[in-house]
Design a binder for this molecule. Structure first.
Ligand SMILES: Cc1cc2nc3c(=O)[nH]c(=O)nc-3n(C[C@H](O)[C@H](O)[C@H](O)COP(=O)(O)OP(=O)(O)OC[C@H]3O[C@@H](n4cnc5c(N)ncnc54)[C@H](O)[C@@H]3O)c2cc1C
Length: 516
């Protein structure tokens, strides 16, 4: 069973798609999925569909189970946000490529609606033959001891050796009527006729900072702002500084150091541009920690928030929300440590309610430790966006060689890491990581039976145990693919022996014929 990224932070649609394809290629390379094997994918978001499309190309039979009545339901909530495949890669080179460049379900940057259309069209071609089940209700996943496992939902059952949970991250709660979850349509970009408003934005992750920028900067769009503000010639040195901050393990481990490092970055031309494009709202950002430029957000957003703070476009308050009510048209906010304040609007960005925990609570608990470990991973050296399949691994099956050719290419899948700054300093922690997923595996748990946490997991899951990350080793990323290369060399040995036997046989036959 695989959990596709749902426990990670700072994930993007693109990185989830890459994980889906890494996993599909790795399953084939590791011979866990063969032609016509059944695979169940839970969740028809970008990750689930991309993984399913990849597996289809490699000849697997795929059933996709979706709790809603459409694919890509998150993108249908009306958001006018702009999606870009590379914007969160900044300041790495190549961030500004316009296309995701994926072998399946590829897309070009655009508003959510446009990306939705592109993915729908691509799925229409790729998903042909996949068994797509909507409104599935509660899903039951059988004991790992019973192979293939039984997967049941309200209207069907399947038997499979491979279940992939691609249930995403869930939606944020929106307790007030005019609060919106990140993917819902909102009116942040428009100024009301009755003038500037007093806003409170709560949180310091990417969601909170993006809304902060939208409220403080006219016509804010990540990709445009990057081109306008940061592609300046003077930016070269700062980009290098940011790469070094991201590569420095001691800074990464300490939120105060990370905050200080970003706070000290000085780009007066960005500050000036932000002041020129300032909106007139009065905005407060509240977070429980003084180090609000921390690892919860991407380097890009940390950098922009630091410059926006220098431009004095928002006020920062270190505190926690105690209660939020509406009275006389105002939002009344009680804080834990400071006095009550009144705002016109509030937007809480405290993260979504976990889709994994609500659909599969025991599995969510099983991967909880893994989830906590992932909160502190540096961003630019994070490998989950790296592609580990070889070119052609998902080659068009209808071209000469068909599925067999695609599978042969996928079996050659090897770690092909893009050059990231400090790639050496970041240690890949397991083959599971390479696939961007967490594997739950009964057999592999044997070594960890003494862990009380695991014993509890076993009780609840009826035999399924978690396989914790393997110790880091610089070569760990190769292990997923070891069996593929071993098989390849075994195949070559077998071919050579067969040839020798045939040649010797022919010689003996010739000698016998000649002697007769
Ligand atoms: C606040 C916030 C801001 C973000 N901003 C950006 C951004 O600017 N750019 C960007 O690229 N990414 C952004 N992301 C990340 C982006 O939302 C995810 O990377 C992307 O949606 C992941 O795709 P997915 O397929 O894994 O999950 P989803 O798109 O959530 O798809 C999961 C699917 O699984 C289904 N599902 C859930 N539970 C079950 C169940 N129990 N049974 C069956 N089906 C189920 C859901 O209905 C859904 O269709 C943001 C995320 C958040 C939370």
């Amino acid at each position: 069973m695989y959990v596709l990224g749902c426990i990670d932070r700072r994930v993007t649609i693109y990185s989830q798609q890459v994980r889906g394809l890494n996993l599909a290629a790795a399953l084939v390379a590791g011979e866990q999925v063969s032609v016509d094997d059944d695979v169940v994918v839970v969740g028809a978001g970008a990750a689930g569909l991309t993984c399913a499309a990849g597996l289809r190309r490699l000849g697997a039979k795929v059933t996709v189970l979706e709790k809603n009545s459409t694919i890509l339901s998150l993108f249908r909530l009306g958001s006018q946000r702009w999606l870009h495949p590379g914007v969160y890669d900044w300041p790495l080179d190549g961030w500004n490529r316009d296309r995701a460049g994926l072998p399946v379900l590829d897309w070009e940057h655009g508003q959510v609606n446009s990306v939705l259309r592109q993915l729908e069209d691509a799925w229409e071609q790729e998903g042909d033959g996949a068994n797509l089940c909507f409104d599935v209700g509660l899903i039951g996943i059988g004991d790992a001891g019973e192979q293939p496992r039984r997967v049941t939902w309200e209207t069907g059952t399947a038997r499979t050796r491979t279940v992939i949970l691609a249930v995403g991250f869930g939606l944020e709660p929106t307790p007030l009527a005019d609060e919106r979850s990140y993917w819902e349509a909102d009116s942040f970009d428009y100024d009301r006729k009755d003038g500037p408003q007093r806003w409170l934005v709560s949180g310091c992750g990417d969601g909170a900072l993006t809304d902060l920028f939208r409220l403080c900067i006219q016509d804010f769009r990540h990709d445009r702002v990057l081109l306008d503000f940061t592609e300046d010639q003077r930016m070269g040195e700062l980009r290098e500084q940011i790469r070094q901050i991201e590569a420095n393990a001691s800074i990464q481990r300490d939120p105060a150091k990370l905050h200080d490092a970003y706070e000290h970055l000085n780009a007066p031309w960005v500050v000036e541009a932000m002041q020129q494009r300032a909106r007139s709202h009065n905005v407060t950002l509240v977070a429980p920690t003084a180090d609000f430029l921390n690892a919860q957000a991407s380097p890009l957003n940390r950098f922009l928030a630091g410059q926006l703070f220098r431009a004095r476009r928002f006020r920062f308050l270190q505190d926690r929300l105690k209660s939020v009510d509406r009275a006389n048209g105002k939002v009344v906010v009680r804080f834990k440590n400071s006095a009550v304040q009144h705002f016109d609007r509030i937007q809480r960005r405290h993260g979504p309610e976990s889709a994994l925990a609500s659909g599969f609570p025991a599995i969510a608990e099983a991967v909880e430790k893994d989830r906590r470990d992932r909160q502190v991973r540096p961003t630019l050296t994070d490998q989950t966006r790296d592609r580990f399949w070889v070119a052609g691994a998902f080659g068009e099956p209808r071209t000469p060689g068909g599925v067999a050719a695609a599978r042969a290419a996928a079996a050659r899948t090897s770690p092909r890491r893009e050059q990231r700054p400090n790639a050496g300093a970041f240690q890949p922690d397991s083959a599971n990581h390479i696939a961007g997923s967490t594997q739950l595996d009964r057999d592999a748990a044997a070594a960890f039976v003494d862990d009380p946490n695991l014993a509890r997991v076993e009780d609840e899951l009826g035999g399924v145990r978690i396989r914790p990350s393997r110790p880091a080793s610089p070569d760990a990323e190769g292990s997923q693919f070891e069996s593929a290369s071993r098989n390849e060399s075994q195949g070559q040995t077998l071919l050579a022996s067969t040839l020798i036997v045939v040649i010797v046989g022919c010689l003996v036959l010739l000698i016998v014929i000649w002697s007769l």
